[in-house]
Ligand binder design. Structure first.
Ligand code: 3PG
Length: 411
């Protein structure tokens, strides 16, 4: 009961979750209780639980690896409502993480049968839709360069729009609001959107290049819908949501409005769930779920910046999971490197995860000694150098903006 051999598990009819489990009980008991509590069982025997229920709905732990504290649990697909991520989370990431029979538990990865995956819409645009909008060729992709307006908070709508304009002028593709920027008194949402979209028009007219701006619509759900519709009616081309603070259901609701605007997902809050090495859930799991509900671009760790990541080889796996094709019928989500990045980070990031990535620098662009235009230029020059496989210090010899950036921040 609740345990199985590896060859008894069919990945076509089961969702398989990988758990890291530590505790003083026997590993087998912890495995059984995990499978029971997260499917049909509870702490004692209950008469209603008959053989039919057991054989069709019980989760079963397998691949027990006590030395490495790892186990897998197979969940029959029948346990799940189609297309319902909150229900999935209540089972696979639910009560079991708080059971006292274990000292700690971390959900390390999860694998879905195609039949379950394909109940989700996934991103409306994803990597290729965003590339197409920006005119980036499918057969020769390059990293998309972005910025976050800094100072973090405090600029008024005109100042915000001007900072965005200068960054675009430098040559970058994308501007996003910061994750705590919503509709504060010093920078109301609607005037900020209108002012910044005016600058989108201006830069596109001046340069002939397409650029993206994602205003942060994070709020209560009715307010988010109102803000999303406002962006659409104002001619906007992207939305941003703090996808974990508003939650999966709210994010999916906005995606399902099908407003024709890609959704940029900021992952603020993730570290409350992902950072502890033994407890919680790994970012790759949250990333897969956010791709399933339709987030087009998602913060997936800075790799070489100011934020904590798991070791590099593990952090890279999150990017690969977002870029993976095919993955059911779901379009790939554009992974986003952000947090403490600057021009010197760019070659390392594209070397690690390839060109299908969005690289954001806030302080590492607006903090350039010569301002945001020069900061944007330095970012673009660093990408050009990386694409041509020329070391940054060599390329910087006749690119003064890059030279100043790497002198200040290194590479
Ligand atoms: C983000 O949205 O990832 C952060 O605001 C990044 O800001 P920074 O580039 O200044 O660290």
């Amino acid at each position: 009961m609740y345990l199985a051999r590896d060859d008894e598990i069919d990945p076509k009819t089961n969702i398989i979750a990988e758990y890291k489990v530590k505790g003083t009980e026997t590993f087998e008991r912890m495995a059984k209780e995990t499978a029971a509590e997260s499917s049909v069982g509870t702490w004692t025997t209950v008469d209603y639980l008959d053989d039919d229920i057991m054989s069709s709905l019980a989760a079963r732990a397998f691949a027990l690896d006590e030395k490495n504290h790892m186990m897998k649990v197979a969940y029959p697909i029948k346990l799940f409502e189609k297309g319902n991520i909150p229900q999935f989370m209540s089972l696979v990431l639910g009560n079991i993480l708080g059971m006292s029979v274990v000292d700690s538990m971390r959900v390390v990865d999860v694998h879905f049968p195609e039949a379950y995956l394909n109940e989700f819409k996934g991103p409306a645009f994803g990597i290729h839709g965003i590339h197409k909008y920006l005119g980036i060729p499918k057969d020769d992709p390059r990293a998309i360069l972005g910025t976050i307006i800094k100072p973090k908070l405090g600029l008024n709508p005109q100042q915000h729009a001007e900072a965005a304009y200068r960054a675009w002028k430098g040559g970058i593709d994308y501007v996003k609001d910061d994750e705590p920027q919503t509709d504060q008194e010093f920078c109301r949402f609607e005037p900020r959107v209108l002012e910044t979209l005016n600058k989108v028009d201006k830069i596109e007219t001046e340069t002939g290049r397409k650029v993206l701006y994602s205003p942060n619509i994070t709020a209560t759900l009715p307010e988010m819908e109102k803000r999303a519709r406002f962006v659409q009616e104002s001619g906007g081309n992207m939305l941003m949501i703090d996808v974990l603070t508003v939650g999966f259901a709210a994010t999916e609701y906005i995606r399902d409005l099908d407003l024709g605007l890609p959704i940029h997902g900021h992952r603020a809050l993730h570290a409350a769930m992902t950072r502890h090495p033994d407890q919680g859930v790994m970012m790759i799991v949250l990333g897969k779920l956010l791709r399933m509900i339709g987030v087009d671009s998602l913060h997936t760790g800075g790799l070489h910046g100011k934020m904590h990541d798991d070791e590099l080889s593990t952090a890279i796996k999150i990017y690969k999971a977002m870029q993976k094709e095919p993955w059911g019928n779901l379009k790939p989500t554009l992974p986003v490197a952000s947090g403490g990045l600057h021009p010197g980070s760019i070659p390392k990031i594209v070397n690690d995860v390839g060109m299908s990535v969005l690289i954001n620098a806030g302080g590492g662009l607006h903090g350039h000694p010569d301002g945001s235009v020069a900061g944007g230029k330095a970012m673009k020059q660093a990408l050009d150098a990386a694409k041509a496989k020329i070391p940054l210090d060599v390329y910087a010899k006749d690119h003064p903006e890059l030279a100043k950036a790497i002198e200040l921040w290194g590479f």
